[in-house]
Ligand binder design. Structure first.
Ligand code: PEP
Ligand code: MN
Length: 338
């Protein structure tokens, strides 16, 4: 971390500033230029609030981090890709997986039919929302515990591991049987929830918030990892921009950047990114081309009648066709798909 001091600051004030930093346990390195003095701070600066230091010390013009504030998720501390193992299904380190299923679990029949079909098409993990975060309080909010039970039944029948979204930590006991806990975009910065899932032994899929930067996304993953849970999968699902023709804007550049900055697997959700069925296939192809480790695609046995997100859901035939195409592209990228 470096602090650039204002021009013509007295040596006495510089000395005071440096002693204050050193008293907090940091080493300093001073570079004196013709106009400005630069104070470099050496040590673990993750806890430092750069803006507070600038505000509280009138000799400081600005401060800048030169190392990233996240440690556990950082590739520099863990150069190899992380592999996440869910039973016999592996994500990362060259293993590519497709998660598929309905936005919401609506009935036992619905989830069972979708599960059998997506498995047949090559999906390796079944998704389904039981607790739904809905913008309107009058929209369908999910079957709750019953929804989880239906997913568990579908796993028994198909063998597919299951993923579902948790909305708050009091629901954790209901997720005992769930293989991967999903933290949705709206909860990406629910730090209490991140801490609680960080204490679990289960893999966590963390979705990027609608309006969050890549650094904030990585820091949320850091919250989970700093509690001891190393099994985190990152999911880019589009961010809110000025564009209104799509539900969100898929930030494709986030995928290679996240993979450069972090060792965690990165998957893409083209369904929520676009909100439009016809964009799911091209965005899936784009995600593979930029290095994603997997996809999460919403599917429904009857999208026209879906209780949630029907417009972005593929029907079961469309999904099967897409998977045939994707399989070749994944192989072309040198990745292995179940
Ligand atoms: C979902 O996956 O069903 C969901 C609600 O996604 P997001 O949190 O990305 O909006
Ligand atoms: Mn959805």
């Amino acid at each position: 971390m470096v602090f650039v001091l204002k021009p013509r600051v007295s040596q006495e004030k510089i000395g005071l500033f440096i002693r204050k930093l050193e008293a907090e346990g940091y080493s300093t390195f001073i570079s004196t230029g013709t106009e400005h003095t630069v104070v470099c701070l050496i040590g673990n600066t993750a806890r430092i609030d750069v803006d507070a230091i600038v505000e509280n010390n009138d000799i400081v013009e600005y401060g800048k981090r030169v190392t990233e504030p996240y440690k556990a998720v950082n590739r520099t501390v863990h150069p190899d890709d992380t592999l996440i193992q869910i039973g016999s299904v592996a994500i990362g380190q060259g293993f590519f997986q497709v998660i598929s299923g309905p936005c919401s679990v609506e009935s036992q029949e619905q989830v069972m039919e979708v599960a059998k079909s997506v498995k047949q098409s090559g999906a390796s993990i079944l998704r389904g929302g039981a607790f739904k975060p809905r913008t309107s309080p009058y929209a369908f909010r999910g079957l709750q515990e019953t929804g989880i039970d239906f997913l568990v039944e579908a796993r028994k029948e198909t063998g597919l591991p299951i993923i579902s979204e948790i909305m708050n930590h009091t629901q954790l006991p209901l997720f005992e049987e769930v293989d991967i806990i999903q933290i949705g975009a709206r909860n990406m910065q629910n730090f209490d929830l991140l801490r609680e899932v960080g204490r679990c032994k289960k893999p966590v899929l963390l979705k990027r918030g609608l309006c969050n930067t890549i650094e904030e996304f990585l820091l949320s993953a850091e919250h989970i990892m700093s509690e001891g849970n190393t099994q985190v999968i990152l999911c880019e699902r589009g961010i809110r921009t000025f564009e209104t023709m799509t539900r969100n804007t898929l930030d494709l550049s986030a995928i290679p950047l996240l993979k450069q900055k972090s060792h965690l697997p990165v998957i893409v959700d083209p369904s929520h990114a676009a909100g439009i069925r016809s964009l799911v296939a091209p965005l899936s192809r784009a995600a593979i081309a930029v290095g994603a480790d997997g996809l999460m695609i919403e599917t429904h046995n009857n999208p026209a009648e879906a209780l949630c997100d029907g417009a972005q859901s593929l029907d079961l035939i469309q999904f099967a066709e897409l998977m045939t195409d994707l399989r070749q592209r994944v192989a072309f990228e040198g990745k292995k798909m179940a």
